[in-house]
Design a protein around this ligand. Structure first.
Ligand code: MIC
Ligand code: SF4
Length: 642
């Protein structure tokens, strides 16, 4: 067995481990962050379960930390009190980015983790099967319910050789994105094997598993070997180590070979993480801004390499360099060994250990800027400046470029970039607040600010559905298009009515008003609709605008699940060419759709009333999903079933 199937089989609750069919797995740990967490806990509360049933659940506050109004602080208070009441640990703002802290303090090899954030697979760097999902799925897992997913195919990513100096783990995942594209991993787990694995540190592995999310993969996984043991020991967690390796004769569905020695620094050009080419091919484009940090690249090792490059030098006069260390542990270590001062003296602007620039919470670049960033997504508009181009690079490339003012190959530097892993990390869990014990929990009052509004719920599925196709979209529409999240909107993650006013506005600013005027309808989309974030708001806001179905060429995994969980039909064109026969504004009808789904039919005809023709769409559902859609979403189904 490969490692993925070993962990899956040890957690299997329902279904069979054969590719494509639905399986249910037991979840050992969950994580939420604040921007998806408020909704997840509101949903958890709606389930009326007094205390989480997982081995450990952690609520992180790391996204909405700008606090430009009362909304964020109110959400923080809600999260702190709801966590305390229901048995959830709270990682306070300032403690760090969820995935970095999870890796340092909680990830355990061989266990399962479900997180309401698409980069939850970061913990796969330590051999944990860590999956990103919508908040509702995480709420169910907190309540002890299984997590259901299509049984993935497993890709063997065989690494050989060793990264040359100046070439980073980030370049490995950028190379994979170049080869496989942003939809190349859909339905698959990327499992890393080969002699090259032992040459990569745990944080380097975590960079790769983190950004595996951009492949659309279910998750990414490294074995837990001697390096994992040393890392856990240095985190004071020796007891958490379990060796997790694939069998020597493990089989895989596909194999991808990467010779680490042959790689060179890479860059993802705007506006997609798979628009990848080498730094050399891209040439010395002028940089206005360089941002270093995020859950992809903000470990101690990353930051030390940056500090080495910056030490004794000065940032180019035309560049704004921003550095956000990933966790308080990392920041504390940089402060203690003087590396922080090397960064400060070089002219870096040090920001809070939080998501910050990565999610557009501040540091929006100037009009038309070139911004080099070490995070994982460069989707259109995500930085908060629509006209800016975001280029994704490694820490080494970012730091080298901050000095020269142009995109630069870090291999040209004569700096020694070897950073050995510390014997002991500076760990301190005093910003992790344990929950109240079962006896005291009763007395804890959950505090709700005025910004927390009830979440919308779908009606029971009607016998027939009719309505206009309100918007026709291209391929690769991201959740940042569907439900944008910059510093102005992120404070409203617990206020879907307000958010819905911005739904799909990056595609068409008139969409929310038109959807309201029409009383709802349908969406038309190309390939990989809904890629990116796990944010359930990308389903909830359309639901609030009474969107009943999306017809697309294909869907991203988490978004498809979020649509079904919220009672919206994700319909795939049986013949992709039919996409061209539909126009925005066409009146559509799904005659007898309820009866068809009740009967288990997987082909749903869609009548284009305007065009006077009917096409077939596919809606392959498990029994559970069928019930869910008929009931009007997961919460309604749970209520119906008691
Ligand atoms: C992201 O990187 O897009 C986010 C913001 O972390 C999201 C979660 C969210 O939208 O709150 C994600 O990755 O799931
Ligand atoms: Fe935060 Fe960015 Fe990571 Fe998302 S990708 S968790 S916004 S740092």
């Amino acid at each position: 067995m490969n490692l993925t199937y070993k962990i899956l089989s040890a957690h299997l609750i329902s279904g069979a481990l054969s590719r494509g069919g639905e399986i249910g797995i037991r979840i050992d740990q969950t994580l939420t962050q604040d921007s998806t967490g408020t909704m997840a806990y509101l949903q958890f509360e709606a389930m009326d379960i007094p205390r989480v049933k997982t081995e450990r659940s952690v609520a992180y506050i790391d996204h909405n930390t700008l606090q430009s109004g009362f909304e964020n602080a109110d959400d923080h208070m809600y999260l702190a009190t709801v966590a305390k009441k229901h048995g959830v640990y709270l990682s306070k703002p300032g403690n760090g980015v969820c995935h970095q802290v999870e890796l340092e303090r909680f990830a355990v090899p061989g266990k399962t983790l479900l997180g309401s954030d698409s980069h939850t697979p970061t913990a796969g760097g330590l051999g944990m099967l860590a999956i990103g999902a919508g908040g509702l799925d995480v709420a169910v897992a907190m309540g002890g319910g299984a997590y259901y997913l299509p049984c993935p195919a497993v890709v063997n990513v065989r690494l050989t050789g060793k990264l040359p100096r100046g070439v980073a783990a980030k370049d490995v995942i950028l190379e994979l994105l170049r080869r496989l594209t942003v939809k190349g991993g859909v339905g698959k787990v990327m499992e890393y094997t080969g002699s090259g694995v032992a040459t990569l540190s745990i944080p380097e592995r975590a960079t790769i598993t983190n950004m595996g999310a951009e492949l659309g993969a279910t998750t990414s996984l490294f074995p837990a070997d001697a390096l994992a043991r040393d890392f856990l020991r240095a985190q004071g967690r020796k007891g958490d180590f379990v060796e997790m390796l694939p069998d020597a004769d493990a089989t895989y569905d596909e194999t991808v070979e990467i010779d680490l020695s042959a790689l060179e620094p890479m860059v993802a050009l705007p506006h997609m993480p798979d628009h990848v080419q080498t730094v050399r091919e891209t040439g010395p484009i002028r940089a206005d801004q360089v941002c270093i940090g995020s859950c992809t690249n903000s470990s101690y090792q990353d930051m030390m390499r940056v500090a080495r490059i910056l030490k004794g030098r000065t940032v180019h006069p035309d560049v704004s360099l921003v550095i956000a260390p990933g966790s308080r542990q990392v920041l504390g270590m940089l402060a203690a060994n003087g590396a922080l001062n090397d960064m400060i003296q070089a002219g870096a602007r040090i920001t809070e250990t939080a998501c910050g620039f990565c999610i557009g919470m501040g540091q929006s670049p100037r009009t038309g800027a070139v911004s080099l960033r070490t995070n994982n997504r460069n989707f259109f508009g995500r930085s908060g400046t629509k006209s800016a181009g975001i280029y994704l690079v490694s820490c080494e490339t970012a730091a080298a470029s901050a000095l020269t003012g142009v995109l630069s190959d870090p291999r040209a530097l004569d700096t020694d970039l070897t950073i050995s892993m510390p014997e002991t990390f500076l760990y301190n869990d005093n910003l992790i607040i344990p929950p109240a014990g079962p006896a005291e929990a009763e007395a804890v009052t959950v505090v709700r600010g005025p910004n927390i509004k009830p979440f919308p719920q779908a009606p029971r599925l009607a016998a027939d559905l009719t309505g206009p196709a309100l918007l026709k979209m291209e391929d690769n529409i991201t959740t940042d298009h569907i439900m944008p999240s910059d510093s102005k909107l992120l404070p409203f993650r617990s206020n879907v009515p307000k958010l819905s006013e911005y739904c799909l506005t990056p595609v068409d600013p008139t969409f929310p008003a038109r959807a309201k005027a029409a009383g709802g309808g349908f969406l038309l989309a190309g390939q990989n609709y809904g890629q990116g974030s796990s944010r359930e708001h990308a389903a909830l806001a359309p639901l609030y605008l009474q969107i009943r179905g999306v017809l697309a060429k294909s869907f991203a995994r988490i978004h498809a699940a979020n649509l079904i969980n919220n009672g919206i039909l994700p319909l795939t064109f049986a013949d992709e060419a039919d996409y061209d026969r539909f126009a925005q504004g066409d009146e559509l009808a799904l005659d007898g759709v309820r009866a068809r789904i009740e009967a288990g039919e997987e082909r749903i005809p869609v009548r284009n009333v305007t065009g006077g023709f009917t096409v077939e769409t596919l809606l392959p559902l498990s029994e559970r999903q069928r019930k869910m859609l008929l009931a009007g979403g997961l919460i309604n189904m749970i209520r119906e079933q008691g």
